[in-house]
Design a protein around this ligand. Structure first.
Ligand SMILES: N[C@@H](CCC(=O)N[C@@H](CS)C(=O)NCC(=O)O)C(=O)O
Length: 195
């Protein structure tokens, strides 16, 4: 059975949601980031981590890619035009949306106090809103990022838009708001139990 390290309030939520979409068994483990026991498994001390027998994978989108390829769900096959577009979205969203929200969190409560930059959010909010504008144009026919088929960048983007809303990072893209509401109605999303 898959073992997921990390609570559902973290990026581990992406992994739990993915496993629910695939309807496979798993065990969720709450573990503190940077704790000594986690560092024995993942030296960076970050969650999530997926354990599949002797395979240990860190980084949420690497985990989702592994699961998607293994179960042939929520992905296009490697080496196809569609997979190239899918990966382009995954890497792009990580780069242009996740990194901004993560930077905000780091300067809010993650970094040591003397390393935090006050007022950084003004710049980050502007960049977030600008990047959402570009991203919104990438939706072609919908309902998902790549059209009719839901793929792993949809899990990434949904969790990021939800995070952004929580910390009041705003954008003007109505289609992104509608997309977030639609994704949150998925049964698999709702099935994720707090860990
Ligand atoms: N790119 C990584 C980021 C992992 C990450 O930063 N996780 C946070 C929790 S959501 C964490 O463990 N932070 C602890 C730290 O940075 O020391 C992923 O997507 O899994």
């Amino acid at each position: 059975m898959y073992k997921v390290l990390g609570g559902t309030k973290s990026r581990a939520f992406r992994v739990y949601w993915m496993l629910e979409e695939m309807n496979v068994d798993y065990e969720g483990v709450s573990i503190k980031p940077r704790s000594p026991e986690l560092r024995k498994i993942n030296p960076s001390g970050k969650i999530p981590v997926l354990i599949d027998n002797d395979i240990v994978i860190s980084d949420s989108m690497a985990i989702l890619t592994y699961l998607a390829d293994k179960h042939k769900k929520l992905t296009y096959p490697a080496g196809t035009k569609e997979r190239a577009q899918q990966d382009s979205l995954t890497f792009g969203i990580n780069d242009e949306i996740d990194s901004i929200l993560w930077m905000s969190a780091r300067h809010d409560f993650i970094l040591p106090e003397d390393k935090r930059i006050k007022g950084i959010n003004k710049s980050l909010r502007w960049e977030f809103s600008r990047n959402c504008k570009t991203l919104a144009t990438k939706f072609t026919n919908g309902p998902f990022l790549l059209g009719e088929k839901m793929t792993i960048p949809d899990i990434l983007l949904t969790t990021l838009l939800r995070w952004a809303k929580k910390i009041e990072f705003e954008h003007d893209e109505k289609n992104l708001d509608e997309y977030l509401e639609m994704m949150k109605q998925r049964q698999a999303f709702k099935n994720v139990q707090p860990v």
